[in-house]
Design a binder for this molecule. Structure first.
Ligand SMILES: [Zn+2]
Length: 225
């Protein structure tokens, strides 16, 4: 709905919007929880996003807020075959991760699952967006079921959280805007891969330019232990 009205007369600068876990939900808003899986969110994961596990508490608060408002919650899950051009060994850019039916692809044990899980990358495609999958060689895109699920729930707005902010969260948010959904990304509920330094900021700028409401500040995890 409109801007948060939580107490405290902070500056009205959009970039300074304080994130207090009170993202607005209603029955026409869906929470989309992106790829909170072992390989991304566990320090021992194959494609660990630094600080990834730290978003669980914030995401849990979002799930509670969504549930309290009667807002549907959906989850995406990267779910690759063993061989796919998505992986570096087969011509892509990523280490092997989230191979279906392996522990690496499992949702994080601390994540409450209260809604449907949409798997992506199933056929070997680059499943960055929760809405669509791109065939790595031909570039052809196909839709996942997420869009139809949101349509069936008559959703008009989405809040996108999870991992990683410069890849799957960004692509999911951009696809949501393309579908005509009002889209919010609270930065407290994501972390960034930063394959190249500055990717996080560039992702935020790209989302804002496309019309995504990005709230809060990029959280930079401390140096690796
Ligand atoms: Zn993947």
């Amino acid at each position: 709905m409109s801007a948060p009205t939580a107490g405290g007369a902070g500056p009205a600068d959009d970039d300074q919007t304080s994130y207090d876990g009170s993202t607005c939900y209603d029955a026409l808003t869906a929470l989309v929880v992106v790829d909170l899986q072992h390989d991304f969110g566990d320090p021992g994961g194959a494609l660990y996003v630094r600080g990834g596990e730290d978003v669980l508490g914030v995401v849990d608060a979002e799930i509670s807020a969504a549930q309290a408002a009667g807002a549907p919650v959906f989850y995406t899950q990267d779910w690759h075959p063993e061989r796919t051009p998505h992986f570096a060994r087969d011509g892509g850019i990523w280490p092997v991760h989230c191979v279906r039916d392996t522990p690496g692809a499992a949702l994080l044990p601390g994540l409450r699952v209260v809604g449907g899980v949409v798997r992506k990358g199933v056929d070997g495609g680059d499943g960055y967006s929760g809405f669509s999958v791109r065939e790595p060689v031909s570039g052809a895109t196909t839709e996942t079921v997420l869009g139809a699920l949101l349509d069936a729930a008559q959703v008009e707005r989405v809040v996108v959280v999870g991992l990683a902010g410069d890849w799957c969260v960004k692509e999911t948010a951009l696809d949501a805007v393309r579908r005509g959904l009002r889209t919010t990304v609270p930065l407290a509920a994501t972390r960034f891969v930063e394959l190249a330094p500055g990717d996080g900021l560039a992702a935020v700028e790209a989302m804002r330019a496309a019309g995504v409401e990005v709230t809060g500040e990029i959280v930079t995890p401390g140096p690796p232990a």
